[in-house]
Design a protein around this ligand. Structure first.
Ligand SMILES: *Cc1c(COP(=O)(O)O)cnc(C)c1O
Length: 494
């Protein structure tokens, strides 16, 4: 029953008569009416906004190059200039040297796919008999799982230190064998916002003569400013011996338009292992640097424009405001009895946990107050990615958090309203809509795994109570499939 597929796809016909610009723009506005209202600063991690001026620059550049194609740099020297300069700026920021090279990609996931693919090709060139394996801390982003799944690589997850949440270097070393081609550290890792011990991991990579990727997707365009502001940031970039590749997302703390990230390599030899060439195609000799074929000029141009518009001083100013707000939130959380910040986050990404109070219930209360806040598992926590667009709302957040905790402490108020349930459910997975998640909740409770809680605050608790992981994977796959079909129109009330 759990695996039964809902195949109810409404048929939608191709538009017949074309419609007017006015009608289309009206529809666009209407369609966005139910979207997260991120402009109010109450949405975390999905959107990075740096104010009206940056917005103007990014959109102008994006629009001007919306049709240009980064696939062929000889046809568009403009895009070649933008991309190579963005890569050079990024290499400079990461303390690369004259040998450091890289590419722009569509996002962190593509940057990581590229680095993993390059590692595999590079390792196979050195030893055709290697059965590639990669060792990552459990906190590493699922993009590594995706890459290994796509490229047929064995991925080994190693639990992180249970109190600091940083990679356990000794435990990782135990997993290194003759098939290991690469190890990974994050700067910082997304779940608790802590930077892994990159220097120690680098020593491992050197000792075992393997590659090492530093995933600075969320920290690459933030940590350098945080360090310059005087905060303690462990060395995480090309200054560290052993680091051979890095990923850093422009569309996060670079505040550029979506669809922009950078992958960097220690040298051109490594990067060549990322490239793809096929010379036998009747369509001509085909060569492509990254995963995508056609590459959007808009996001490349917007990234170049925003980096130049803000410059070091602009980013420093934004970073200072963000860190001031993040420290305020952190101090407030630490002063609220019953909840805590997990580990010692190195920038403005952090997790709020509790070993006394039901943290998801606190999350429900925050959802009721309009906050879009992610729930995490192992351990249970709420996740904050504070960026410039959130700064103005952080005082309100502290007030709302205090209230939410106070309310959760009152036993009579442990009961959760159905609206709050939707809030929890919604926070569960960024990819699933409210309706889909409500359905999922219903399906799960019907399955009745042992010890399923009656109320659904602990959605993760329910999932944990499922008989096996395969059922859960299948459920999520079915939901995802449903999400990639048009929404079933709601019946009009007569
Ligand atoms: C966001 C993120 C990624 C993936 O980036 P996308 O742009 O979402 O593909 C990878 N690693 C970390 C640490 C991230 O925060």
């Amino acid at each position: 029953m759990a695996n039964k597929q809902d195949n109810n796809t409404p048929k939608i016909n191709f538009p017949g008569m074309g419609r007017s610009f006015e009608e289309i723009t009206q529809d666009l506005d209407q369609a966005s009416a139910k979207d997260a209202k991120w402009m109010d600063g109450k949405t975390f991690s999905l959107v990075f906004y740096a104010g009206e001026e940056v917005d103007k620059v990014a959109k102008h550049a994006y629009k001007a190059f919306a049709y240009e194609n980064g696939l062929n740099p000889t046809a568009f020297p403009s895009l070649r200039k933008f991309e190579t300069e963005v890569v050079a700026f990024s290499a400079d920021l990461m303390n690369g040297d004259s040998e450091t090279v890289g590419n722009m990609t569509s996002g962190g996931t593509e940057s990581i796919l590229c680095a993993v693919k390059a590692a595999k090709t590079y390792a196979l060139k050195q030893n055709p008999n290697v059965k590639p394996e990669i060792v990552v801390p459990q906190s590493a982003h699922p993009a590594f799982d995706k890459a290994c799944y796509y490229f047929g690589i064995n991925l080994i997850h190693v639990p992180v230190d249970p109190t600091t949440f940083r990679a356990d270097v000794q435990a990782m070393e135990k997993e290194i064998n003759e098939n290991t081609i690469m190890i990974v550290g994050s700067a910082p890792a997304y779940p608790q916002g802590v930077v892994d011990p990159i220097e120690e991991l680098g020593q491992l990579a050197v000792k075992h003569n393997i590659l090492m990727h530093v995933d600075a997707c969320v920290g690459g365009y933030m940590l350098p400013w945080v360090e310059a502001l005087g905060y303690n940031v462990p060395k995480f970039d090309f200054r560290v011996p052993g680091v051979t590749s890095m990923s850093m997302d422009l569309h996060k703390y670079g505040y550029t338009a979506k669809g922009a990230s950078v992958v960097l390599y220690k040298n051109a030899e490594l990067r060549k292992s990322q490239y793809f060439v096929y010379t036998g195609w009747p369509g001509g000799i085909y060569a492509s640097p990254a995963v995508a074929g056609t590459r959007p000029g808009g996001s490349i141009a917007a990234a170049w424009a925003v980096l130049n518009f803000l410059g070091k001083d602009g980013y420093m100013q934004k970073a200072k405001e963000v860190m001031d707000a993040a420290m305020k939130v952190r101090k407030a959380v630490e002063s609220i009895e019953g909840i805590e910040i997990l580990g010692n986050p190195h920038m403005c990404v952090m997790a709020i946990g509790s070993d006394k109070l039901p943290i998801y219930t606190i999350g429900d209360e925050l959802s009721l107050k309009g906050w879009h806040i992610d729930r995490q598992q192992n351990p249970e926590s709420l996740h904050l990615t504070i960026s410039w667009g959130n700064v103005k709302a952080m005082d309100q957040f502290v007030t709302d958090l205090q209230e939410a905790v106070a309310k959760t402490k009152k036993p009579s108020l442990h009961k959760i309203t159905s609206k709050a349930t939707v809030g929890v459910v919604k926070g569960l997975a960024k990819v699933l809509s409210e309706e889909q998640m409500t359905k999922l909740t219903q399906m799960l409770s019907k399955m009745g795994g042992a010890g399923l809680p009656k109320r659904t605050a602990a959605m993760y608790g329910m999932m944990g109570a499922l008989p096996n992981q395969g059922d859960l994977d299948q459920l999520i796959l079915n939901m995802l499939d449903g999400l990639n079909r048009p929404e079933v129109p709601r019946k009009e009330k007569a």
